[in-house]
Write a protein that binds this ligand. Structure first.
Ligand SMILES: Cc1cc2nc3c(=O)[nH]c(=O)nc-3n(C[C@H](O)[C@H](O)[C@H](O)COP(=O)(O)OP(=O)(O)OC[C@H]3O[C@@H](n4cnc5c(N)ncnc54)[C@H](O)[C@@H]3O)c2cc1C
Length: 380
């Protein structure tokens, strides 16, 4: 079988593979991307499309998220893919939620975040989508972006091919990778450097290495509304009190403990299904609402209506939109590690496996890719 050559070979055309492809190609390298499906259909098309630096804890992860955001804007502008630079609001209706928001705001500048605590009136001035009854205020952050993940995953390959000559091979599963060789059913490729960005597939390539990494999977249930009437805008992406508990960012707040205890006491069903509620809007006007978190290597293929109902009932309490009629339900899966936000290991010389191991791969992809490629000497 013929042997073809490329500087960089990438397995997986999800956002992590695409981010590596962009940065390697921008550095002048020839790049070939192999995707086993007709188009990527994993976590990268199933998410909120939130580029969410506020979710990253202070320090290296937050810095990587901000750098990643910068590269996102650069690539989206070049590729002419629309995005919304709306920022975000963590909205508080209970005193314990407001306490965390205020405490975080007091610490935010020192920790490197650009936040502001808004009172109820100021919150309503930022967003028409928030119910005023019982509103105490919100933590405003200007750094969050929203993209339509389906559009990104569809458009970036075409842009990368046109602008940088990146070659994409869809419907092409990689069944073997060794130092400088990628094997597919259609032939072998020789590459100076190989990036494996296979998402939550721990079985096809280097299963023996993945097995040692304590990885599991996380399943999330999601939904999307019909398009809102033209002219109605969500404004900032929204998170509510439950989200303070979800992201490690807020663990610096001593007030978080009381909030956690109250949620566990009052609403154990949220604990059981790992529910916290976030809302984003795409350019077509549809609202994406989620999510839940169920852990385990075996992902339940059957979605639970009880979970969707809990998410939607919670959203309805605080969100006012012209229509919350749901047009689509789905679930997505990402790789999960108990301690690491992402993993990057080299099973054999010349090969890097890059796996984001919590629900932050959209936010972090370009930042992580830059680091990987710098470390391997592929990009400056
Ligand atoms: C419901 C949900 C909501 C989320 N919301 C957000 C959010 O708003 N913001 C955020 O930052 N993150 C979010 N995340 C996390 C984020 O979506 C993921 O971390 C990210 O998409 C992972 O990207 P990836 O490229 O590693 O994986 P994937 O998107 O799963 O892509 C991996 C690709 O590799 C291909 N592949 C695997 N093995 C092979 C092989 N052997 N040969 C060829 N191809 C192969 C697969 O077909 C797949 O297309 C969310 C995740 C989910 C599931």
């Amino acid at each position: 079988m013929n042997l073809r050559k490329t500087d960089i070979a990438i397995v997986g055309a999800g956002i992590v593979g695409l981010a590596h492809a962009y940065l390697a190609a921008r550095s002048g390298r020839s790049v070939a991307v192999f995707e086993r499906n007709p188009a990527a259909n994993g976590a990268s098309v199933r998410n909120f499309g939130m580029i969410w630096p506020i979710g990253q804890p202070a320090g290296k992860l937050h810095e990587t998220a901000l750098r990643s955001r910068q590269i996102w804007v650069e690539v989206l502008e070049q590729a002419k893919v629309p995005f919304l630079a709306t920022g975000s609001l963590h909205v508080a209706y209970r005193e314990d939620e407001a306490a965390v928001g205020r405490e975080f705001n007091d610490k935010a500048r020192t920790l490197g975040y650009e936040c502001a605590w808004l009172n109820a009136q100021e919150t309503l001035e930022r967003s028409r989508a928030i119910r005023p009854e019982g509103l105490l205020g919100a933590l405003w952050s200007p750094t969050e972006l929203t993209v339509d993940p389906r559009q990104v995953v569809r458009s970036l390959p075409a842009f990368l091919t046109e602008r940088y000559g990146v070659q994409f091979f869809f419907n092409t599963a990689v069944h073997g990778v060794d130092s400088s060789v990628v094997e597919t059913a259609d032939g072998r490729w020789e590459a100076e450097s190989i990036i494996v960005a296979s998402g939550d597939d721990f079985q096809s390539l280097f299963p023996e290495h993945f097995r040692q990494k304590e990885l599991t999977r996380c399943k999330l249930q999601m939904m999307r509304t019909v398009a809102q009437p033209q002219g109605w805008e969500l404004g900032p992406s929204l998170a509510f009190g439950l989200t303070f508990k979800h992201y490690p960012t807020f663990q610096v707040c001593t007030s978080l403990r009381a909030l956690k205890e109250r949620i566990e006491r009052e609403t154990p069903e949220f604990e059981r299904w790992g529910i916290h509620v976030m809302v984003s809007q795409n350019r077509s006007g549809e609202l994406t609402i989620g999510d839940s978190h169920e852990y385990g290597l075996a992902v339940d293929i059957f979605d639970k209506s009880v979970v969707n109902r809990l998410i939607l009932d919670y959203a309805r309490q605080y969100l006012r939109a012209p229509s919350l009629e749901i047009a689509e339900y789905w679930h997505g899966v990402y790789a999960k590690h108990p301690g690491h936000a992402y993993m990057d290991f080299s099973p054999v010389k010349g090969v890097r496996v890059v796996t984001v191991t919590t629900g932050i791969g959209m936010t972090m992809s370009f930042g992580i890719a830059e680091q990987t490629l710098q470390e391997t000497g592929v990009a400056a």
